[in-house]
Structure formats: structure tokens, C-alpha cells
Design a protein around this ligand. Structure first.
Ligand code: BGC
Length: 328
């Protein structure tokens, strides 16, 4: 009898243990299944498309406007835009950033074109690997880039020429500061400017120098130029910070008679126009460039056709319409 009791107790204990074991195995399997499901959810929830925007110079006021437009479009279209660029303008660094973007297989590249033999093959390489490229601000028309977004720079140069012709009187010598003699957009602006000035027998270009898109260099180059050619009485600048640099130099030399024309709508240029220290500026639309470039990239990725060239607006701003350009 005692033996039988023992056997029954042992059997009950055994079945209890078996029950607990089975429960344990079942719940472990359930947990594993849930973890796996979670893992799959994490992996399959689509990460936002990742675009890279490569500028000429990270903290340049004009490029920060392009970034602002691009980030706004990114918010609207639910994509990620990573804004990068060299601290100081540097083609090698820009090229490296482009190489990196290709190597990390981003979903789209928006980049300022460079006048460097390595640039077009790199763009073509990205396109061949299925990474769409849109050029911004400066084009590389011979590359296989998807589209160009920005100013028609030849036309912008002509507009600068017209701004000068209609605002100066009599025989005048002109000094030109360009952002960089290596940039296609600057050379196109210069070409357009020259073509218009050449039509006016009273005007001639006496000297050309490069600012390397720095206001300090624009100022130094202007001082040199005005010392070497004291008969220059009109100065033009073809990149965003040139007119401000030119103004600094004319103040240093006490040359209030020099008429200054510039490019872009940076706050100081607009202020100087209001104060009558700069005559006029050609305004581009950097915010629109950034916004449109992202928008076009999104359209392309969703299978829509996008045009090869998307020109943004340009206009002349002088004291008659500067008030409409905000209250900065
Ligand atoms: C040009 C840009 C340049 C910037 C420099 C703009 O006018 O379009 O290419 O980077 O000036 O400040």
C-alpha cells in the first residue's frame, strides 16, 4: 500500500514536471516568435530615402539658403536630406564627398558641378550604378546627370551687363571680381557680361580678378585693382559675397565715386543698396533651387519624367524695388 502511494505520488510529480516543462517550451517559442515578428517589422518599415546635397562651401550664406529650401522639401516629401560641403571652398574635398556618397549608395545626389576632369566620370559612374544625380547652381551639361536646377548663368551675366549699361553714364572703365575662374557658372556669367558690355563703345573692362568666393579676398583684389587702375569707376562682382568685399575696399580707399554692382541677395548687399552704397544686384533663387532639386529627385524616384534643365528665376534689384526683398 505504501509502495502504491509512493508510485502514485511520483507519477503525479512527473506529470506536473512534464506540464511545467511543456509550458516553458511553449512560452519560449511564443517569445521567440514575437521577437522575430518585431525584428521583421523593424526591417521592413521603409527607411526614408536618403539624399545628399553637396555644396561649394558649408557655411556660405548662399548655400545655407539652398540647404533651407532642400530641408523644407524634405519635410514635405518625407525624405532625408544630408547637407555637406567643405569648410572652405575646396574642389578635392567636394570630389571626395561625392565619392563617399556614391560608395555609401545613397538614394540620390544633388551636387554643384566642378570644373575638374574627374567630375563628369564620377557623375556617370553614379548614374551607371543607379544613383540619380541632379546638378545644382552649376551644371555639367556633358555628363549623364539627370537634370540641372539653377540659374541660366549666361543669361544672368547678360542681365548684369544690362543692369550696368542702364545705370552708368558716359565713358567708364569696369573692374570685375569673379567668384572663381575655375567655376563654370562664374565663367558663363563673365561671358554673358562681356557680350553685353562689348555692345557699348563707351564701356570697357579694364581688369578681372578672382575672390575665391571670399569677401576678404574680394576686398583685397579690389584694392589692388583700383590702385593699379585708378581710372576704374565701376566695379562688378559675380558671386554672392563679392559686392560686400568690393564695398569694403572702396571705403578703405575712400573711393565713394565707384559704382558697385553685385550678385545675390545676402542681407548686407541689400542693406547697402538701401543705403545707396551698392547700385544693384542680380538676385538668384537659392531657396527655390534647393526645394526644386529635392522635389525633382522625389518625382524621378516615383517614376515620373523630369526635365533636363530647370532654370530658376533671376532679377535685378536696385533701390527702386529693394523694399520688396524683406526687411533684413
Ligand atoms: C554662386 C555660387 C557660389 C556663391 C558663393 C553664388 O553667386 O552661384 O556658385 O558658391 O555665389 O558665395
Amino acid at each position: 500500500m505504501t509502495n502504491k502511494k509512493w508510485t502514485i505520488s511520483l507519477a503525479v510529480l512527473f506529470f506536473l514536471f512534464l506540464y511545467v516543462l511543456i509550458q516553458f517550451v511553449v512560452s519560449t517559442q511564443k517569445i521567440e516568435k514575437t521577437v522575430e515578428q518585431l525584428r521583421q517589422t523593424v526591417h521592413s518599415s521603409p527607411a526614408l530615402p536618403h539624399f545628399v546635397l553637396i555644396s561649394q562651401e558649408l557655411d556660405n550664406l548662399y548655400w545655407r539658403e539652398i540647404e533651407r529650401g532642400a530641408k523644407e522639401a524634405a519635410k514635405h516629401y518625407h525624405v532625408n536630406v544630408e547637407y555637406i560641403g567643405p569648410l572652405r571652398t575646396n574642389m578635392d574635398e567636394q570630389m571626395k564627398l561625392l565619392e563617399k556618397a556614391i560608395a555609401s549608395r545613397v538614394d540620390g545626389i544633388i551636387v554643384q558641378s566642378l570644373n575638374d576632369v574627374r567630375f563628369t566620370p564620377l557623375i556617370n559612374k553614379a548614374m551607371a550604378q543607379g544613383i540619380p544625380v541632379i546638378t545644382i547652381d552649376t551644371d555639367a551639361p556633358l555628363s549623364r546627370r539627370l537634370s540641372y536646377v539653377g540659374t541660366n548663368n549666361l543669361e544672368a551675366g547678360k542681365l548684369l551687363g544690362q543692369a550696368v549699361i542702364s545705370r552708368v553714364n558716359g565713358k567708364k572703365k569696369i573692374g570685375v571680381i569673379i567668384g572663381s575662374d575655375m567655376s563654370a557658372n562664374q565663367n558663363l556669367r563673365l561671358e554673358g557680361f562681356r557680350s553685353v558690355i562689348a555692345q557699348n563703345p563707351l564701356l570697357s573692362i579694364a581688369a578681372i580678378a578672382s575672390s575665391n568666393i571670399s569677401r576678404i579676398q574680394a576686398s583685397i583684389q579690389t584694392e589692388k585693382m583700383l590702385r593699379a587702375h585708378p581710372d576704374i569707376s565701376v566695379m562688378v562682382g559675380t558671386s554672392a559675397l563679392d559686392a560686400i568685399g568690393i564695398l569694403m575696399a572702396t571705403k578703405n580707399l575712400n573711393r565713394k565715386d565707384v559704382q558697385i554692382f553685385g550678385f545675390d541677395n545676402v542681407t548686407e548687399t541689400l542693406q547697402a543698396i538701401r543705403q545707396g552704397q551698392i547700385v544693384a544686384t542680380i538676385i538668384q533663387q537659392p531657396y527655390d533651387m534647393g526645394y526644386s532639386a529635392v522635389e525633382l529627385m522625389v518625382k524621378h524616384l516615383s517614376g515620373q519624367h523630369i526635365e533636363k534643365e530647370h532654370f530658376t528665376a533671376i532679377k535685378i534689384v536696385d533701390k527702386t524695388n529693394v523694399q520688396q526683398e524683406g526687411t533684413e
